[in-house]
Design a protein around this ligand. Structure first.
Ligand code: ATP
Ligand code: MG
Ligand code: MG
Length: 553
């Protein structure tokens, strides 16, 4: 069992609370950019931000970081809200958008210009970046750096009025071209972009850069802890510089960085996931193979399993790679406690019980969930013809194979002891059905004389059942770290066999009433849930996870 690591952010907060900082207030935010669907990495951030506020009786804002209209869409906003809710968190009426602050941010930029702390640069992006220098060599000052405020103001207003094309002019903060921190070398804070915004429409054709919007939004919302991933550590001086120009009083938001979640056998950047969706390598953002929250939900993951996973991996300052088997372990552990058990046969082989009465249907009493006594029992119909799993029979078994074989007695779970008497084959030698005898004295699965059998097998009546399609998933990538290969595209490492569709599976009648996303354990096989593609005509199941646990081994 992995040890729950101590959360260093909680330690920071407890120190601050002791000192009476922020009047004991804890206020976090989850700030997604609505440019794609959320993934399991975001789930870690959601659990951390909302969980931290809950722990200290604080608040959490949901803030959409929507400063780049070319990539953002309302569809993404809606999916993000649905995913956060589904994970079990609620932001109440604290739903914000960076675009709500476009006026305030513009005013703030004007203030910086007036104070001589920002200037309009007429150079193109390439030239500006060529002047940045290196960490050990100072950058070159732009020839426009010493423009007087009035001229800067005039140009900035004309940028806003739409007089310029994209890239003709940018607004830069005037900080320090020799700073050892590259982000402090006169960063671009506003750019011209002739793109309609999903919320502000055509009102703006200048948009603030992420760094110029994020900290200020935190400040205006009264955020105390702006929790972000480690790559923003080097942005922190700039974050603080803007807050210094803005603040009037004691309060300031504090940026705290933690290590992002990386998982083996997958990729997690929205840009990469979008590529998989656009190029149809997967069937949409919620494809059950995707590491998206919507994909995991469709796959049968529960919110609890994801929250437990986030808790287990802990919060650290060191980047690393988490074994995806731990995520799979978390869902197995949760479903083991709550999933209804049923019997289902994925690769059917027909068995005729020759001495069983024709047309008889006997109800066998089965346990719904051995982990939950309250779950009770159900009846499973037993008939003369049944299906077993093709793998559960071998005509010529090796020594360690204890399941069905000619002449051998085995137990059919909840039903009878049966012995295989005949193997029926077609002209190609392919086994088409088995004939068995049953012992009527073994009803329920126990013999009166106490004789033992070595195997208990699942089965489904061949006449009283539900036919279903079952989708088996394997990892989307064959490589542990598909992004870890220089000069090779991550898509080269995709698993060509990540989806297997079995279209004639038989499940006991209990699942007839199942609704999309309902989860079951198919005994001996794994956890399966009803897919969103399921209809009254055709039941479709996803395999959430196999029973075998790669983590616990
Ligand atoms: P992506 O790589 O998916 O584009 P991002 O950081 O650009 O990630 P945002 O929408 O900006 O995506 O992220 C919202 C919040 O989620 C941010 O605070 C970000 O730090 C956090 N976050 C994103 N990815 C991860 C991850 N893998 N692990 C932990 N937190 C993450
Ligand atoms: Mg981001
Ligand atoms: Mg991103």
């Amino acid at each position: 069992e992995p040890v729950v690591k101590k959360n260093f952010i909680h330690q920071i907060i407890e120190e601050e609370l002791k000192e009476g900082k922020n009047d004991g207030r804890v206020h976090t935010r989850f700030p997604p950019e609505p440019n794609g669907y959320l993934h399991i990495g975001h789930a870690k951030s959601i659990c951390l931000n909302f969980g931290t506020a809950q722990k200290y009786n604080g608040l959490t804002n949901l803030r959409f970081d929507d400063t780049n209209p070319s990539k953002e869409e309302t569809e993404y906003v809606e999916s993000i809200k649905a995913d956060v809710h589904w994970l079990g968190f609620d932001w109440g009426d604290r739903e914000f958008y960076a675009s709500d602050y476009f006026d305030q941010l513009f005013e703030f930029a004007v203030k910086l210009i007036r104070e001589g702390k920002a200037y309009v640069d007429d150079q193109d992006a390439e030239t500006i970046s060529s002047q940045k220098g290196t960490p050990t060599r100072p950058g070159t000052e732009s020839p426009f750096r010493n423009r007087i405020p009035d001229e800067n103001l005039d140009l900035f207003m004309r940028m806003k009025a739409g007089e310029f094309k994209e890239g003709e002019h940018v607004l830069r903060a005037k900080i320090d071209m020799a700073s050892p921190n590259m982000h402090m070398r006169d960063p671009i804070i506003y750019r011209v972009m002739h793109a309609p915004h999903h919320r502000t429409g055509n009102k703006w054709c200048v948009y603030p850069m992420y760094d110029f919007a994020h900290g200020q939004s935190d400040y205006w919302e009264g955020i105390t802890h702006s929790i972000c991933t480690l790559e923003f550590e080097v942005h922190r001086p700039l974050y603080n510089w803007f807050i210094d120009q803005l603040k009037d009083g004691e309060y300031r938001p504090r940026q705290v960085e933690f290590a992002r979640l990386n998982l083996t056998y997958t990729v997690m950047s929205k840009r990469k996931l979008l590529e998989l969706v656009k190029d149809k390598h997967v069937n949409g953002w919620d494809d059950p193979r995707m590491p998206t929250i919507s994909g995991l939900r469709r796959r049968g993951y529960t919110p609890e399993s994801i929250r437990n996973f986030a808790e287990r991996i802990g919060v650290t300052k060191v980047d690393g790679m988490i074994d995806v088997a731990l995520l799979e372990h978390s869902v197995r552990e949760d479903l083991n406690k709550r999933a209804q058990r049923v019997m289902g046969v994925l690769n059917p082989l027909k068995v005729v019980i020759t001495n069983y009465p024709e047309g008889q249907v006997e109800m066998m009493s089965a346990i719904n969930n051995p982990e939950d006594p309250e779950a009770g029992r159900r009846d499973v119909p037993f008939t003369k013809e049944i299906y077993i799993e093709r793998d559960d029979f071998m005509e010529d078994p090796p020594r360690k194979f204890f399941r069905m074989a000619p002449g051998r007695e085995v137990r059919l779970r909840y039903a009878y002891y049966v012995t295989c008497t005949d193997v029926v084959k077609d002209e190609n030698g392919e086994i088409t059905e088995l004939h068995c005898n049953y012992d009527p004295e073994t009803k329920g699965g126990n013999s009166a004389d106490g004789r033992k059998v070595k195997a208990t097998m699942h089965w489904v009546s061949a006449t009283e059942n539900v036919e279903a399609e079952v989708r088996l998933y394997d990892r989307l990538f064959l490589d542990e770290d598909p992004l870890g290969h220089k000069e090779r595209d991550f898509k080269e490492f995709m698993n060509p066999d990540s989806l297997t569709i079995l279209d004639k599976c038989y499940i006991e009648p209990f699942v007839k009433q199942a609704k999309p996303l309902d989860s079951f354990q198919f005994e001996r096989l794994g956890y399966f849930n009803v897919d969103l593609d399921s209809s009254d005509e055709k039941l479709v199941f996803n395999r959430t996870a196999q029973l075998r646990d790669d983590w616990a081994k």
